[in-house]
Design a protein around this ligand. Structure first.
Ligand code: PMP
Ligand code: GLN
Length: 381
């Protein structure tokens, strides 16, 4: 049989490949982004409580009302913006499913979607499987900032959506007010949607604020924001998150969501709803991960790697150009096999295969792991 692949260029994700290589060689895995410490005991007990109480059947399609209400309150407190939990919040199977359904609901064949690279890997396939055309704006090291006037030149009458991500994976850069002002200027008066991936909303460092789409009502009027509870609760394996969008966009989003997954894990939704009623649980994450970033930076001090400032997320980029002129894809393999530390090559986030001699490492690890990894990285000259 002749299979005409809809995604001929898609292979296994770099996160899966590097984790497998790390496991095969017993290397410290700083590649795929996930914590190597457990989530809160209280949270686990809450899941057990709701399972034992019999909350084990389908949740409502949009998510359980109590969780959506808690999220609306959280949004109001954090971003000073009021959303209707019934009409504007949908609980999803992680940010990935939120992003996929948001793209599927709005992108038609031959529509153009602007992606800003380096970009997280799930946007492009979602555009292409729907027949859309990904148009790429490339950010350069070490600033990794968007020149909005240049980005604007990529807009055509076919442009349907711009996908943005703050705090940004893999660079750790965050949007400033000016970024949103520029985006507003560009999207206003044009029929363009803005999809914002805010998976790391609670991981912003050095006293800075997360600039959410939800703080910019004019952009929000044409916007959709995706969130990941995996990052907020140290539970990446639970695959829970949400999509927040104005009622008319949410209605279209749910048409896809209800046939894509219908609804997501019931007892965990109840547990998260109760857990989020203690805001300290997520408000301390900025400090918690800032300490980890700083700990990792001191652990590699004196090494030949040059850190590129991380303002958020749980990733640190390192420039290795003083060590080797190998391609980053080769360098990460050698780093894993010969030196015992696995990382992600930043070229994997570019479709043009550009090689900036930069790798991404995840510092959501125990101090013991970061210390050991630091010692190994310091030895590489
Ligand atoms: N967006 C970004 C930027 C991510 O790094 C990730 C993965 N951590 C996701 C989305 C996917 O999140 P989830 O695991 O909740 O699907
Ligand atoms: N978001 C995680 C990362 O950037 C990977 C999640 C996955 O493996 N799909 O490392």
């Amino acid at each position: 049989m002749n299979i005409h692949s809809k995604l001929p260029h898609v292979g296994t994700t770099i996160f899966t490949i590097m984790t497998a290589l790390a496991n095969e060689h017993g290397a410290i895995n700083l590649s795929q982004g996930f914590p190597n410490f457990d989530c809160s005991d209280r949270l686990k007990k809450l899941v057990g409580k709701f399972m034992n109480k019999g909350f084990n059947q389908y949740a409502p399609m949009a998510g359980i009302p109590v969780l959506r209400k808690v999220l609306a309150e959280k949004i109001e407190t954090l971003y000073g913006f009021s959303v209707d939990p019934d009409a504007e919040i949908t609980i999803t199977a992680g940010a990935t499913q939120a992003l996929y359904c948001a793209i599927s609901a709005f992108v038609r064949p031959d529509d153009e979607v602007i992606l800003i690279e380096p970009a997280y890997d799930c946007y492009r396939p979602a555009v292409e499987v729907n027949g859309g055309i990904a148009v790429t704006y490339e950010m350069d090291a070490p600033k990794f900032a968007v020149d909005w006037r240049l980005l604007e030149r990529l807009i055509s009458w076919r442009t349907r959506m711009i996908v943005v991500n703050t705090p940004h994976n893999p660079t750790g850069k965050i949007f400033k007010k000016e970024d949103w002002q520029q985006l507003q200027r560009i999207a206003e008066d044009r029929d363009i949607l803005v999809l914002c991936d805010e998976a790391y909303e609670h991981l912003v460092f050095d006293g800075k604020q997360h600039e959410s789409l939800l703080s910019y009502p004019k952009v929000y009027s044409r916007g959709l924001a995706a969130f990941s509870f995996g990052k907020t609760l140290h539970t990446t394996g639970w695959k829970l998150g949400c999509l927040v969008a104005p009622p008319e966009l949410t209605r279209e989003f749910r048409k896809v969501h209800q046939f894509n997954v219908f609804s997501v894990n019931t007892p965990m939704q109840h547990a998260v709803a109760e857990f989020f009623q203690t805001p300290e649980e997520y408000l301390q994450l900025n400090d918690f991960f800032q300490k980890k970033r700083n700990f990792f930076l001191s652990a590699i001090e004196g090494s030949a790697f040059k850190p590129i400032h991380s303002e958020g997320t749980y990733f640190q980029m390192l420039d290795y150009s003083a060590i080797s002129d190998e391609a980053d894809t080769d360098f990460v393999k050698r780093l894993t096999i010969e030196h015992g530390v696995a990382a992600i090559p930043v070229s994997a986030f570019y479709s043009s295969h550009r090689d900036a001699k930069i790798i991404r490492l995840c510092f959501a690890k125990t101090e013991e792991t970061l210390e050991k990894a630091g010692a190994l990285l310091r030895k590489i000259k």
